[in-house]
Design a protein around this ligand. Structure first.
Ligand code: FAD
Ligand code: 2HG
Ligand code: ZN
Length: 472
């Protein structure tokens, strides 16, 4: 089948509603969230069912046409953007957006890949249940994209990353065959756990079309506190104490440094410092529980009092209402937007053992300043050992020139230190195009060989998202 014939056949499969021809409409699919990559496509298709995805992939497989899956296009590593050679098929999952089933007895939710994360959360909430995956992009990212990147976010400490929330997966393989894995069993030891291969694979092994997700009782009480802490080591100790004292009710434990908070306060409307004086280190701690009305408040207060007595907590404010809680979360969740206002951010997403966070933070400034002068914006999910060690251009420099000139060397320094401390250079955002050289540089060679073997076994023609994850 020629390329021309294949593209015509794909048009027939999805029909006119399944093709985006208008250049203006196409544009949004061809550039990534961070505006780091601009691509082109032979065709932008939006199949409406698993059968259509399967038929499209069968044609692409036969014709040797590359396929780039795309969910909400909020990814940070350019994984959902085609290359600029005009030869790849951009396959958007947006129309696979049905909630297939909520099972309030088994606590599961079956959704198609294109369901926006916030909609999946709302579908669970209708049954007084919780789908706990949560992140700043939840209004646009899709469940399929979350699973393909094994997303993290704001409640990993309690509920795990995306892959830990999945009981079953439906996947279209590169040749069009469908792996029907939606039984949703809690126990099933019948050989390899194949679904795990596709989560975190960033679209390089197949297209996720649906998933059975785990639900939990919806919390009936939340306590949220904004705390000034002595330093990162104090924050880590406080985390352990809070987990023990609350019977593991700590759902989020987010670290924010003063420069990141200052950015938010100066750039984001409607924000204000909850504390009277400025401090260098903050923690946003949230505890939540189902069915234990009233008791968490006392526990939170006791944890803060004990933390103050040990000198870990310097000051703090506990939210007294829903709006106050939202205001505290806005301070944390607006940091990426505030960084966007500055421009030129060289962003990182490293992880180390929680106990090594202080060591990482002590060593990193000298490593980056040895590359070039820059401003630090450090925050992240320290409850998961995950830091966003973001570097901003000096006040007087051109943001884009800063990133273009220094970005790669700064990232090598930040990632290299994570590797030295036995950590990861990509904790939750994935690899995509942006970090594939780092995967080659920093991964164990045996690990890489096994990954390539899996890739070759499942996608022998290399049509799934080429140029992502692996160097050519
Ligand atoms: P896309 O960007 O469309 O795609 C991401 C990758 O998955 C690509 O490689 C793509 O090819 C592949 N893919 C997409 N759908 C499928 C599918 N159905 N089958 C196979 N492959 C597929 N991430 C976090 O982990 N934690 C955070 O806290 C967080 N906060 C964020 C806050 C903001 C403001 C923004 C803009 C982003 C944030 N992100 C965060 C990054 C991003 O939202 C996540 O990586 C998210 O999981 C991507 O989902 P998506 O649907 O947008 O995927
Ligand atoms: C977050 O934790 C996201 O807010 C985005 O993962 C981090 O923008 C960033 O660097
Ligand atoms: Zn994050």
């Amino acid at each position: 089948m020629t390329r021309h014939e294949a593209l015509a056949r794909i048009r027939e499969i999805v029909g006119p509603a399944g093709v985006v021809d208008d250049p203006l409409e196409q544009a949004g699919y061809l550039i990534d969230e961070r505006r780091l990559y601009q691509g082109a496509a032979a065709l932008v298709v939006r199949p409406a069912s698993t059968d259509e995805v399967s038929a499209v992939l069968a044609v692409c497989h036969e014709a040797g046409l590359a396929v780039v899956p795309q969910g909400g296009n909020t990814g940070y590593c350019g994984g959902a953007t085609p290359d600029d050679a005009d030869g790849q098929v951009l396959l958007s999952l947006t129309r696979l957006n049905r909630i297939r089933e909520v099972d309030p007895v088994g606590f599961t939710l079956t959704v198609e890949a294109g369901v926006v994360l916030a909609r999946a959360q709302a579908a669970a909430a209708e049954h007084e249940l919780l789908f706990p995956l949560s992140m700043g992009s939840e209004g646009s990212c899709q469940v399929g994209g979350n699973l393909a990147t094994n997303a993290g976010g704001l409640a990993v400490l309690k509920y795990g990353t995306a892959r830990e929330l999945v009981l079953g997966l439906e996947v279209v393989l590169p040749d069009g065959r469908v792996l029907h894995g939606l039984k949703g069993l809690r126990k099933d030891n019948t050989g390899y756990d194949l679904k795990q291969l596709f989560m975190g694979a960033e679209g390089t092994l197949g297209v996720i079309t649906a998933a059975v997700l785990k639900l939990f009782p919806a919390p009936t009480e939340r306590q949220t506190a904004w705390l000034a802490v002595a330093d990162a080591a104090a924050a880590c100790r406080l985390l352990g104490a809070a987990r023990k004292a609350s019977g593991d009710a700590v759902t989020s434990f987010e670290y924010v440094t003063r420069p990141s908070l200052a950015l938010v306060l100066s750039r984001i409307d409607g924000t204000s410092d909850p504390l009277d004086s400025p401090y260098e280190h903050y923690v946003l701690m949230e505890m939540s529980a189902a069915g234990a009305e009233g008791s968490l408040r006392e526990i939170m207060e006791q944890v803060l009092e004990d933390g103050m007595a040990r000198g870990e907590v310097l000051d703090g404010a506990i939210a007294e209402s829903g709006p106050q809680r939202d205001a505290l979360w806005k301070l944390r969740e607006s940091i990426p937007e505030a960084e966007k206002h500055v421009g030129g951010a060289v962003k990182h997403d490293v992880s180390v053992l929680i106990s090594r966070i202080p060591e990482y933070l002590a060593l990193a400034p000298a490593r980056v300043q040895a590359v070039t002068d820059c401003r630090l914006s450090i925050y992240g999910h320290i409850g998961d050992g995950n830091l966003h060690y973001n570097l901003l251009p000096p006040a007087d420099s051109d943001p884009e020139a800063f990133r273009a000139h220094w970005g790669a060397a700064l990232s090598r320094a930040v990632h290299g230190l994570a590797a030295e401390l036995d950590g990861s250079f990509s904790a939750e955002h994935g690899v995509g195009k942006l970090k594939k050289d780092e995967l080659a540089r920093l991964s164990d060679p045996v690990e890489l060989e096994v990954m390539r073997a899996v890739k070759t076994a499942l996608d022998p023609r290399g049509i799934m998202n080429p140029g992502k994850l692996f160097q050519a």
